[in-house]
Design a protein around this ligand. Structure first.
Ligand SMILES: C[S@@+](CC[C@H](N)C(=O)[O-])C[C@H]1O[C@@H](n2cnc3c(N)ncnc32)[C@H](O)[C@@H]1O
Length: 268
């Protein structure tokens, strides 16, 4: 889709929704969780991603904010389940001090997505044993320590179909996801069309990214590095301006046009 038409659509979205966000996500914005409104919109868009085969796998549900965003999106276009993996246990090393299972189940029920969700109350390592389903969208937001994030990637990425989407959270601030992205994703040559929405990085898996896609990846990564450096050095307004720029410049054609991530973010 040519970018001019994307811009036109996004401006229309902006006018219609100025200050409101996406109507059907209002309750989701208010759920407890670590996602910004733009990240909720992003997951909602990714949930609508219509690959022919595969389920959605979420690693790390906590109280269900991302599960609901994915579920609302998925409900619009297909009937594949969201397999939501989380032991919901206390994990002081990652600052989780409560059992969140009951609240998670209550939130997905309240949001009306419980019939689409298969809760897997266990670690991603346990859930991976015997797993054999193709995955269209793999969302990694579990234990963010390097070894755990790497394990999540190594165990689950082989099930992601070619053309499927890998999305990871905390990829700007946290060492673990950042390092895994760099070592296992960016340098692999098997992912392209990198999109960055606040702390989410999403990209499409391919057999081998062509040269043009690699160049595009390279430019995105340069921009991302500049943004991270500016934030670390305390450049005024680097967070707001950098986020806006990254969202706009990395918005991808595989994100459903009606919900262009950058349009909803402009509206905030
Ligand atoms: C950052 S929170 C997830 C936030 C959630 N995606 C949201 O939108 O609010 C991380 C979650 O990962 C879970 N977790 C920790 N270790 C895990 C593992 N090995 N496998 C799956 N989930 C894990 C924690 O219990 C916690 O609920």
């Amino acid at each position: 889709m040519p970018s001019a038409s994307l811009h036109k659509r996004s401006r229309r979205c902006y006018k219609r929704r100025q200050g409101d966000g996406v109507k059907e996500l209002e309750d989701v914005y208010n759920l407890p969780g670590m996602l910004t409104p733009a990240e909720v919109d992003c997951l909602y868009s990714l949930g609508q991603f219509n690959q022919r085969d595969g389920v959605i796998v979420e690693i790390g549900s906590w109280k269900g904010k991302s599960t609901v965003a994915l579920g609302r999106g998925a409900a619009k276009v297909h009937h594949e389940k969201i397999h939501a993996i989380d032991p919901h246990e206390i994990l002081p090393e990652e600052k989780y001090f409560e059992d969140t299972e009951a609240e998670f189940l209550a939130n997905i029920k309240q949001a009306g997505v419980d019939s689409q969700v298969v809760p897997l109350i266990m670690t991603s390592e346990e859930a991976a044993r015997g797993w054999n389903k193709p995955i269209r969208l793999l969302w990694i937001d579990g234990d963010h320590r390097y070894e755990s994030t790497k394990l999540d990637f190594i165990l689950w990425e082989p099930f992601l179909v070619e053309g499927g989407i890998l999305a990871m959270h905390d990829t700007i601030r946290k060492h673990g996801p950042k390092k895994v992205l760099w070592e296992n994703v960016f340098r692999s040559g098997r992912f392209q069309e990198i999109a960055i929405v606040d702390n989410i990085t999403a990209m499409r898996k391919v057999k081998q990214a062509p040269l043009t896609a690699r160049l595009q990846n390279y430019l995105t990564l340069m921009l991302r590095a500049l943004y991270i450096a500016a934030r670390k050095s305390g450049v005024p307004r680097s967070k707001t301006v950098g986020r806006q720029l990254l969202r706009r410049l990395t918005a991808q054609t595989w994100l459903p046009a009606v919900l262009l991530v950058f349009s909803s973010s402009i509206a905030r």
